[in-house]
Each structure stands twice: as structure tokens, then as C-alpha cells.
Design a protein around this ligand. Structure first.
Ligand SMILES: *[C@@H]1O[C@H](CO)[C@@H](O)[C@H](O)[C@H]1NC(C)=O
Ligand SMILES: *[C@@H]1O[C@H](CO)[C@@H](O)[C@H](O)[C@H]1NC(C)=O
Ligand SMILES: *[C@@H]1O[C@H](CO)[C@@H](O)[C@H](O)[C@H]1NC(C)=O
Ligand SMILES: *[C@@H]1O[C@H](CO)[C@@H](O)[C@H](O)[C@H]1NC(C)=O
Ligand SMILES: *[C@@H]1O[C@H](CO)[C@@H](O)[C@H](O)[C@H]1NC(C)=O
Length: 446
């Protein structure tokens, strides 16, 4: 209505000057004007409705196109990768630029890609990692005609007659003694000497003697020998002593226990004897519930044991962190102009690695990679810590730093290493990211 009023007023003012001098228009003139105004209004109404319809259509189009748009890039991630059977997977972040690493259990070898990266196309680089049982027999480890049986993390040799030891490297511990004319009365017939067995120790056995053409041959069962002059008695061979260090290495990786006619290997607490009978395999207390970690702690399996670790975000006066995963803390937004806060690490990740003592070096132990770069450069550094001298950082590509073990570490020990990744933009620091890696080093080299 107010629009109509304005139109009328304009018409009146227009008429005043052009046609009627000081006078306002006559009734007739006014009716014409009103009809014109009505027409004008109708045309305005039509065009108004038309633009409303077009606006409505545009909004609907926008709605349709936003519905078709992929979700925020921050939500886009690569499909989850399976942990290989008999292996491990390192790295949980499935976002572009991130890497996942694969390791196989002892006795298995990796087929496929050891490292796969989530590409911008949300697919993984490389091939699926599979842990294939290593064929330890492939190198023909059994000497002197022994036959090899492949086992998980080892092999066993079935030795040909006359040979013994883990790789059939030693002449058989069966000894023949030949004496002549012991008992002429039993000449020609094979005769076993009998002893009252109850009086014998398990490490002593009667020998088996036979006489052939007046000559007596005495022999012992495998694992026994005739020692000294008494050919009627076989004594146990202490394999732990005799074969302690054969050409193929130690008889037992840890400890050897002599048994009547044989031996067995034993392992320290936290290990079990492997199927090859001579090495020790770690017991995963975290997987088998043999641990007593409370629910607020993470169980970390170590060689020979386990650790219950608690990840706590740092608490300082001006900087606060939020725990975004069981092993990650992220800085809360900083108040404007709080320099102490904005220079504090943006995130702190906690990792725990179990390694054996005296691990050979140099070798890469850990990789730190940038998720997505905002700046134009990254800088990697190992921060001051105990054990710092054992480690160094090297670049493997623009966005990845590798933690290198420089020299073997003797266990048992626990070392913490902090890797700092700084992001720079035109040489200005724009963010620091800390990765804290705790190494649990075992007492033994297994
Ligand atoms: C939007 O999508 C609906 C159905 O999804 C369709 O009926 C409508 O015509 C579309 N509108 C436009 C403007 O494309
Ligand atoms: C063993 O005894 C036989 C007779 O029984 C004799 O002929 C032979 O010479 C003896 N051998 C030895 C080595 O004494
Ligand atoms: C777990 O058990 C060990 C002994 O086996 C003990 O020393 C340790 O204090 C226990 N820890 C907890 C959290 O109960
Ligand atoms: C911490 O923040 C307060 C104000 O919130 C400020 O006065 C103080 O200087 C800050 N401390 C540091 C170490 O920056
Ligand atoms: C560590 O390993 C090396 C080679 O593997 C060996 O020569 C050395 O004796 C080992 N050191 C210890 C303390 O066991």
C-alpha cells in the first residue's frame, strides 16, 4: 500500500508541473492515473512472483548440488587395511598422506608392500602385505645327508645314521667298543648282558653286547656312550657340554638341560621354547590376558614381559591438551596473542616399541610423517633425552622423517626418545608436532 501511495504522489507532482500548473488533477485524470497505477502494480506483481519462483528454483538447485558434494575433505579416508595373519600393522591413521607399515612375526616373511600410503585418491599405494611362512629348509641347513622339516620360526633335521646335533653336524654319540674273547662260553650267539636295572641311575644304562666269532661288540643307545674300560656300562652323553658350540651355533639359544639320553632347551620366564626346540619365543601377555594392567592403562607386550603404560596429556599453566585417542594429545585452541600457547606443540603422540637387546645397527626403527602440509617446509629433530646418542633422524621423503638406530642398545633398559617435527612457512615456525617413543629393551637378544 505504501508503494501505491508513492506512485500516486509522483503522478500528482508530475502533473502539477507539466499540465496543470498549481492544480492537482481532475477526477477523470485521477481515475486514469489510478488505472495506470493498477496496471503498473499488476506488472510489478508478475515480475515479483517470477523472481520469487526463480529464487526458489535456484535454492533447490543449490540444495541438490550440496547433497551430491562429497563430505568435507577432513572426513575422507582410505579404506581400513587388515592386519596380516602372523604379522603386525603399524599406523592407524587412514587419512591421505599417512603411511601404514607391516611387519611379520619371526619365521614369516613379508610378501607385498612393507609400507603403504593413503593417496589423495583415497586408495592405498602398493600391494597387500601377506606374511608367508619362511621356508627355513630352503638353504639346506641339515648337513651330512640329514632331511629337513620346515617349522614356524625354525626347522628340524632328521639326521642320517652316524650323525647328530641340531644340523647333523656332529658324529653320532653312539660308540662301539670292541673287546675280544670276554666270554668264550657264549661264543657264536648274540647275548645281551643283563643288569639289575633298579640299581642303575637314569644316566647309566647297560650296554648291548653281542659276540661274533669270539669277538664281543658292545654298543649303546643313542645319547649314551661307553666311557672308560667297562664296556658293560653306557653312560649318558652331556650334549649341553659336548655340543655347546657347534658349527651351527649354540645348541640352545638360552639354557641347555641335560636329560638321560638327550637334552632339552629352556627359556627364561616370559618366553616359551619354540617349536624348533632351541630358541625362545616371547609370550604375548597382552593378548593372552596374562597381564594385570588396569583399564586406564595400555598393555604393551615386551620381549619377556609386558608393561602397563598410562598416557597422560601434559598440563601447563597456559596450554591445555585434549586426549583425542588413547595415544594422542592435541592442543586446545589458544587464546589470542598468547605466544606461550601458540608455540607449544600442536600435538603429542605416544608410541611404545619393544625391542630386543643388542639390536644390530644402523636400522630404521620408526617413521614420522606429516598428515597434510600447510607450510612450505618440514624440519625433523631428535630432542635431548637419555639415550639420545643412539638415535638420529634422516629424511626419507619430503614429508617423512625416519628415526635411525645408530648403535646397539644393551638391555634391560627403557629409553624415551622425542622426535620433533616443525612446520615452517617462509621460514616462520607455524607448528610443532611431538612424537614420544618409548623403547622397552629386553634383557636378552631375543
Ligand atoms: C532436485 O532433486 C529432486 C529429486 O532429488 C528433483 O525432483 C528436482 O527436480 C531437483 N531440482 C533441480 C532444480 O534440479
Ligand atoms: C679268541 O679266542 C680264540 C679261541 O676261542 C682264539 O683262537 C683267539 O686267538 C682269541 N683272540 C684273541 C685276540 O685273543
Ligand atoms: C602386577 O603384578 C606384578 C607381579 O606379578 C606386581 O609387581 C605389580 O605391582 C602388579 N601391578 C598391578 C597394577 O597390579
Ligand atoms: C599465560 O597467560 C597469561 C594470561 O592468560 C599471561 O599473563 C601470561 O604471561 C602467560 N604466561 C606465559 C608464560 O606466556
Ligand atoms: C652384540 O652383538 C654383537 C654382534 O651381533 C656381538 O658381537 C656382541 O658380543 C653382542 N654384545 C653383547 C653385549 O652381547
Amino acid at each position: 500500500m505504501s508503494e501505491l501511495g508513492i506512485i500516486l504522489l509522483i503522478l500528482c507532482i508530475g502533473q502539477i508541473h507539466s499540465t496543470y500548473g498549481q492544480e492537482c488533477p481532475s477526477t477523470q485524470e485521477l481515475q486514469i492515473s489510478l488505472r495506470q497505477a493498477q496496471k503498473l502494480l499488476a506488472s510489478h506483481e508478475a515480475s515479483y512472483l517470477q523472481s520469487l519462483r526463480s529464487l526458489k528454483r535456484k535454492i533447490s538447485q543449490l540444495q541438490n548440488s550440496t547433497a551430491r558434494m562429497p563430505s568435507r575433505p577432513g572426513d575422507a579416508s582410505c579404506p581400513k587395511l587388515d592386519t596380516p595373519v602372523n604379522g603386525r600393522k603399524l599406523g592407524k591413521v587412514l587419512l591421505p598422506g599417512h603411511e601404514v607399515h607391516f611387519l611379520c612375526d619371526p619365521g614369516y616373511e613379508l610378501v607385498g608392500s612393507e609400507t603403504r600410503q593413503c593417496k589423495d585418491t583415497l586408495t592405498w599405494s602398493g600391494q597387500q602385505a601377506v606374511c608367508k611362512e619362511r621356508n627355513e629348509c630352503a638353504s639346506s641347513p641339515c648337513a651330512n645327508g640329514g632331511s629337513c622339516t620346515d617349522e614356524v620360526n625354525g626347522f628340524t633335521c632328521v639326521c642320517a645314521r652316524g650323525w647328530a646335533g641340531p644340523t647333523c653336524q656332529s658324529p653320532t654319540p653312539t660308540f662301539f667298543a670292541t673287546t675280544t674273547n670276554i666270554s668264550a662260553s657264549t661264543s657264536g650267539a648274540a647275548a645281551a648282558t643283563t643288569f639289575p636295572l633298579t640299581t642303575l641311575l637314569p644316566f647309566v644304562q647297560p650296554s648291548k653286547c653281542s659276540q661274533v666269532q669270539g669277538t664281543t661288540h658292545c654298543s649303546c643307545e643313542a645319547g649314551y656312550t661307553i666311557s672308560g674300560r667297562d664296556t658293560s656300562i653306557c653312560t649318558d652323553i652331556d650334549e649341553c657340554e659336548v655340543f655347546h658350540n657347534g658349527p651351527a651355533g649354540r645348541l640352545c639359544v638360552h639354557a641347555c638341560v641335560n636329560t638321560p639320553g638327550g637334552y632339552r632347551c629352556s627359556c627364561p620366564a616370559g618366553y616359551q621354547v619354540s617349536r624348533d626346540g632351541r630358541s625362545c619365543r616371547d609370550i604375548d601377555e597382552c593378548a593372552t590376558r596374562q597381564n594385570n594392567c588396569t583399564r586406564d592403562r595400555l598393555c604393551v607386550n615386551t620381549y619377556g614381559g609386558f608393561q602397563c603404560v598410562k598416557v597422560e596429556c601434559p598440563r601447563t599453566r597456559n596450554v591445555t591438551y585434549a586426549k583425542t585417542s588413547p595415544t594422542r594429545c592435541e592442543r586446545n585452541p589458544c587464546p589470542v596473542d598468547n605466544k606461550a600457547c601458540s608455540q607449544a606443540p600442536v600435538s603429542i603422540s605416544y608410541h611404545h616399541m619393544s625391542v630386543v637387546s643388542n639390536l644390530s645397527a644402523p636400522r630404521v626403527l620408526f617413521r614420522v610423517s606429516a598428515l597434510r602440509m600447510i607450510g612450505d617446509a618440514l624440519r625433523f629433530a631428535v630432542l635431548e633425552s637419555r639415550g639420545r646418542r643412539h638415535f638420529s633422524i634422516q629424511r626419507s621423503d619430503r614429508q617423512t622423517g625416519e628415526l635411525l638406530l645408530l648403535s646397539p642398545i644393551q638391555g634391560p633398559d627403557t629409553l624415551e626418545v622425542e622426535v620433533e617435527m616443525s612446520e615452517l612457512e617462509k621460514r616462520e615456525l607455524i607448528g610443532r608436532y611431538i612424537t614420544k617413543i618409548t623403547f622397552f629393551i629386553s634383557q636378552y637378544e631375543f
